[in-house]
Design a protein around this ligand. Structure first.
Ligand SMILES: Cc1cc2nc3c(=O)[nH]c(=O)nc-3n(C[C@H](O)[C@H](O)[C@H](O)COP(=O)(O)OP(=O)(O)OC[C@H]3O[C@@H](n4cnc5c(N)ncnc54)[C@H](O)[C@@H]3O)c2cc1C
Length: 456
């Protein structure tokens, strides 16, 4: 099957654009430490949208599954070809089609890395605010397919808010365009919104028009350490209640703080078991004013504050925060890390529930995440070679989904369902709501060939 398939694909896209299906780089994503992988029947790296359309048309005509792949940094197994199929890797499609800095907009192909968009914007005095943690690995197409967030989504929103137009290939191999270099568009159903966050299950994004904004003049983080989670979460509510608008509000509980304590580029008080990181931004004057208000709000009940004084101290703080996933993984070699989101007044409950669920399953647990959005990386630590431990962690994750739903939350605030959370929508949705979801999938992908088994 594979040799014949590869021959067919070579005829469509040329020899150089069909990769070795045995190459393990195409078998995994960031869920690797959970042991998830799959072997595709073929891997194709199209050079342009027309080639993507030709591959999809061929797959659709021959009933072959299509697994879109961006940077492979996803935490839900979405890009993993668990049941084979053709991996369509977008990495070669990384052109900037148009860039109009004076109009705050850019048109890029799906395979352009997120970090490259940040750099282009910055060099022109602009900002593309969505900042998911793996931005040097992830691609804008993957960010759009997962509607990725990040620390600064609290003030600036998730990826979808910055997408004004999409080009995509949908069944049975049609290249479509919705939106464009326009800032408003209510002409038809929100097809753009449907494709954003669809995790490659409704089509392949090939290019996007993105909105940019003038870069804030200044940014000033203010962090605080607390004796316990309840006091730290109360400080977060104080910030909101005071009407202060930080760009980011992040939290780390005791386990997360311990994992990264030794690597911290600042002093962590020994008795601290909870940390809140906020950031003020805007004009120089506005940043200073908001930072002062943040210091005041966070001081209540805090053991200590840390406010970086220089750009390099600020960069060091965020670099340290970005390394959290790796620091936690390093403790036992692996982790089952979730991304539930709960209402803001349930943050402390969700953190305590994660520890209690972990304890019931004999697992160490910890939480860090985007507190301002109620979005928590509730995590169970595992040895990835211990099947029993992995099974207990997956059972714990299912309990966590139920706990999040019981708090009026969601089982996924940013990574999506992918493969790892498949079958769990019913934790938060009624059969009727799931029926609408399934009807959309059937309407856009009647043969169930786009990333089958994912996001359902
Ligand atoms: C260290 C680390 C930190 C992270 N921090 C964050 C964070 O702060 N916020 C956050 O939201 N996520 C975070 N993530 C998760 C991940 O980076 C995001 O989900 C990211 O958007 C995935 O992009 P990708 O290009 O790597 O996609 P992939 O992992 O390749 O794919 C993800 C999903 O999108 C689909 N897909 C990819 N490209 C396309 C396309 N062009 N068209 C259609 N479907 C496509 C795939 O089929 C899959 O279902 C983090 C990951 C790591 C490893």
């Amino acid at each position: 099957m594979s040799a014949a398939l590869e021959r067919e694909l070579r005829a469509l896209v040329g020899d150089g654009e069909v990769a070795d299906a045995g190459d393990v780089r195409f078998h995994r994503d960031a869920t690797e430490s959970q042991g998830l992988e799959g072997v595709p029947d073929a891997v194709v790296l199209p050079a342009d949208a027309e080639q993507v359309a030709a591959v999809v048309a061929w797959c659709y005509a021959h009933d072959v599954a299509i697994v879109p792949r961006g940077g492979g940094s996803g935490f839900s197994g979405g890009a993993v070809p668990v049941d084979g199929g053709v991996v369509v890797d977008l990495q070669r499609m990384s052109r900037v089609r148009a860039f109009d800095p004076l109009l705050w907009r850019i048109n890029v192909e799906a395979g352009l890395r997120t970090g490259e968009i940040h750099r282009l914007a910055r060099e022109n005095g602009l900002s593309f605010p969505p900042d998911p943690g793996a931005s040097e690995q992830s691609q804008i197409g993957g960010n759009i397919a997962t509607n990725a967030g990040g620390p600064h989504a609290f003030k600036y929103g998730v990826t979808g808010r910055w997408v004004t137009g999409l080009e995509a290939v949908v069944a049975p191999g049609e290249l479509i365009h919705v939106g464009g270099p326009i800032r408003k568009d209510v002409a038809g159903y929100d097809l753009k919104g449907l494709l954003i966050g669809s995790e490659g299950t409704l089509g392949i994004v090939t290019a996007a028009w993105l909105r940019l904004m003038p870069a804030p003049e200044a940014a000033a983080p203010v962090a605080a350490f607390y004796r316990d989670a309840r006091t730290g979460c109360a400080a977060i509510e104080t910030i909101l209640g005071s009407g202060i608008q930080p760009a980011a509000i992040e939290l780390l509980d005791a386990g997360a703080l311990d994992a990264a304590r030794d690597a911290a580029p600042f002093t962590v008080p020994p008795e601290a078991t909870f940390m809140v990181i906020t950031e003020a931004d805007g004009s120089v004057a506005e940043t200073a004013a908001v930072a002062a208000e943040l210091r005041e709000a966070l001081a209540d009940g805090a053991l200590a504050l840390h406010a970086p004084a220089t750009a390099s101290e600020t960069a060091a703080l965020w670099r340290w925060r970005d390394g959290m996933a790796f620091a936690v993984s390093a403790i036992r070699g692996g982790k089952v890390s979730e991304d539930i989101a709960v209402p803001l007044d349930r943050l402390a409950d969700a953190i305590e529930a994660t520890l209690a669920i972990g304890a019931r399953h004999g697992l160490d647990a910890c939480t860090w995440g985007h507190a301002g959005d109620g979005n928590l990386h509730s995590t169970f630590l595992v040895n990835p070679r211990d099947d029993d431990e992995l099974a207990r962690a997956h059972a714990a994750a299912v309990e966590l989904y139920e706990a999040a739903a019981a708090m009026d939350g969601t089982i996924s605030g940013e990574h999506g369902l992918g493969w790892v959370k498949r079958g769990h929508l019913d934790a938060q949705w009624s059969p009727a709501t799931i029926g609408v979801h399934e009807a959309i999938k059937r309407a856009l992908d009647p043969k169930n060939l786009f990333n089958p088994g994912k996001k359902r």
